[in-house]
Every structure is written in structure tokens, then in C-alpha cells.
Design a protein around this ligand. Structure first.
Ligand SMILES: O=C(O)CCC(=O)C(=O)O
Ligand SMILES: [Fe+2]
Length: 291
């Protein structure tokens, strides 16, 4: 894959009382691309998210210093936790039911609010693709206002690690991921080349993942799992390293992935755990050993 600096303007949506509203009727384009911009609701301040991304990997100074110390912390109740990745990125991944336990209140509140936004977007997209609401519990493993796995990923891109990508090219595994980033560098593989998505600080980037693509492959408006990466971050004096944080929703690892057949029947596709293990290997990542 060649490295070209073409830029891509993503479809744009906002959440209203009626669900997602896309400008220029670009819903179909968003599903086909598997990515779009979502205006950040004005009531949300994303800065606490960036603050924890800039601190979680640093050693804790004292017991009160709850933003730091997550590299060493065991996060015993989490199946995910801290991971030092082969790229620039180091990640802290924590399931939504543990946010209150491991994060300070402003972060927990922010992530909770983004989770609500993520669910609203997912429900709307499922409906547009032709996923039946009656199948929600089977497909997601959750009740109507949950999927069985929701977690945040806090990403710190170590500018001191040179000669590698920020994060290797990948698709996300679940149904949907909502991303907030503080610097450019995010790219999408589209029409045979890497295209830079310009940073829009007032917007989340929303990605569709493998579970969405598999589920909807034969439906009227299939959603595509978008291939994306972050290019190498270079150190800039007096500027913090690149940070991003995400809210991810997917099936639990002990569940099956589902797919609608051509005749519209919902069928088991594959074990999500088996699928995820193979995928992690392809990325050069170890799969979470507690899952
Ligand atoms: O940092 C970003 O902009 C993207 C992060 C990402 O792709 C991920 O966490 O899966
Ligand atoms: Fe990703």
C-alpha cells in the first residue's frame, strides 16, 4: 500500500431527537465508507479525556494521583488493561462497568455520556441497514440500552518511539467505535490509497467494525469495516504527544458473530473470540490473556 498525502472529507452527522441527521443525505456514503464525523454535543467537554491520555502511563506520585500509574496497575477486575503495543501507541482499555472504579469522576461522566451517544448512533445505523430491533439482544448480547461489551481505549502515541506507525493499519472488531483525537494523523484506506482525515476538534470520528460488516453484508444498506491507521507522530517541542480516546461497542468475546443471510434469516457466523485471536495475530498484537 502506497503512502500518499491525499485528504478525505468524511460525511458529517449530528445527533438530534430523531437520531442521526446526516448533511447532504450522506448516510449511505457513511455506511459504505464505514466512517463519518459526528458533531460533539455542545454539553460535552472532551478535555478530561485528553488529560488522562497524557497521564495514565506516567508513574503515580501518591495515592491521590489517580490519573497516573495505570502502566503498573494490575486492573484486576478488567480483562483488558494496559498494553504496550509494537507501534508508537500504548493503550489502556477498561470496560464500561469498571470506569467508576478506575477513573476519576469527570472521566467516568464524560465516557458515560459518549457511551450514550455511541448507542444512539448504533441503533440508528442498525435500523438504516435493516437490522431488526427484535434481534438486538441476540446480536449484541445486551438489553436494548447495552451491548454486552463496551470499553474505552485511551491511546498515548509515544513520539520518542521512532521509525514505526502510530498505530498499525486495522479494522476495529466490534460494531462501532467513537474516537476523539487531539492531533491529526488518522488515515483511512479508500479507493486504493491512504487518505488523511483532517482533524476537526468539534467532531468525533465514528468507525464501523468487523461485527457490523459481517452482520449486514447481505442487507439493503451494508456497513463496511473501515481500514484505518495513525501515521508516525513526530516530537514537537512544548507540544504534548498525540492523544486519542475511544468508546467501543461490540459483542462479548464468549458470543458468536451473526450474519443475515440473503433471504434475511439471522445465522451464526463464527465465534467472536476465535475471530479476535486471529485478528490480533495479524496485527502483531498478543490477544488479551485474561479474555
Ligand atoms: O488514535 C486514533 O485516531 C485512532 C485509534 C484507533 O484506531 C483505535 O484505538 O482503534
Ligand atoms: Fe481503530
Amino acid at each position: 500500500m502506497s503512502n500518499q498525502s491525499v485528504s478525505l472529507s468524511l460525511p458529517r452527522a449530528q445527533l438530534t431527537g430523531h437520531g442521526l441527521e446526516f448533511s447532504d443525505s450522506s448516510l449511505g456514503q457513511a455506511l459504505a465508507l464505514g466512517a463519518f464525523l459526528l458533531q460533539i454535543p455542545s454539553s460535552l467537554d472532551v478535555n478530561p479525556g485528553f488529560e488522562i491520555c497524557r497521564n495514565f502511563y506516567r508513574p503515580r506520585r501518591d495515592a491521590q494521583d489517580v490519573l497516573r500509574g495505570h502502566r503498573e496497575a494490575p486492573h484486576e477486575r478488567s480483562k483488558l488493561g494496559y498494553e504496550d503495543r509494537p507501534n508508537q501507541v500504548e493503550q489502556l482499555q477498561i470496560e464500561s462497568h469498571l470506569w467508576r472504579e478506575y477513573f476519576p469522576l469527570p472521566i467516568t461522566r464524560l465516557l458515560g455520556a459518549i457511551k450514550v451517544v455511541t448507542l444512539q448512533a448504533l441503533r440508528h445505523l442498525f435500523e438504516a441497514s435493516g437490522v431488526h430491533q427484535d434481534h438486538w439482544a441476540t446480536i449484541t448480547g445486551g438489553t436494548l440500552d447495552e451491548t454486552s461489551l463496551c470499553y474505552t481505549t485511551l491511546n498515548h502515541y509515544r513520539s520518542g518511539v521512532r521509525g514505526t506507525l502510530g498505530i498499525v493499519e486495522h479494522t476495529d472488531s466490534g460494531f462501532i467505535t467513537v474516537i476523539a483525537a487531539d492531533q491529526p494523523g488518522f488515515e483511512i484506506y479508500h479507493q486504493g490509497m491512504w487518505q488523511a482525515v483532517p482533524l476537526e476538534p468539534g467532531c468525533f470520528i465514528v468507525n464501523l467494525g468487523d461485527a457490523y460488516q459481517i452482520l449486514t453484508a447481505h442487507l439493503r444498506l451494508p456497513g463496511h469495516a473501515v481500514l484505518h491507521r495513525v501515521i508516525e507522530t513526530v516530537p514537537v517541542r512544548d507540544t504534548p504527544d498525540r492523544s486519542s480516546f475511544t468508546v467501543y461497542m461490540g459483542p462479548n468475546f464468549d458470543m458468536s458473530l451473526y450474519q443475515y443471510s440473503g433471504s434475511g434469516a439471522l445465522e451464526v457466523y463464527q465465534s467472536f473470540r476465535a475471530f479476535s485471536v486471529l485478528k490480533a495475530q495479524g496485527m502483531g498484537y498478543g490477544f488479551h490473556d485474561r479474555v
